[in-house]
Write a protein of this length. Structure first.
Length: 95
């Protein structure tokens, strides 16, 4: 579960982002060419999920087959994930 917070008020924004069945290990911003920014969450449940923070909707789930410990954006539409057995660069497939 991931919760979004308003940095000015310190209050939670909306409902938690739910769906992962394991511990969420990392979160990264994913900028898109149209100016929107998505959130990518990485989990020990071996998935990376893409979320629209404006609607709190899950847009995509990527099954990487092994627990994910870290995530970073590489360029538009690409993310790098560090897993228990290596590193991979993935296309999020949303542009």
């Amino acid at each position: 579960t991931v919760r979004l917070w308003d940095p000015v008020t310190g209050q939670p924004v909306g409902d938690p982002l739910t769906g992962h069945t394991g511990r969420v290990a990392a979160v990264a911003a994913v900028p898109l060419p149209d100016g929107r920014t998505l959130l990518a969450t990485a989990s020990h449940d071996a998935t990376v999920r893409l979320w629209d923070p404006a609607t709190q909707a899950q847009l995509k789930e990527l099954d990487v087959g092994t627990p994910v410990y870290a995530i970073a954006t590489w360029r538009q539409d690409m993310i790098t994930v560090a897993m228990s057995d290596g590193v991979a660069v993935l296309s999020v497939g949303l542009v």
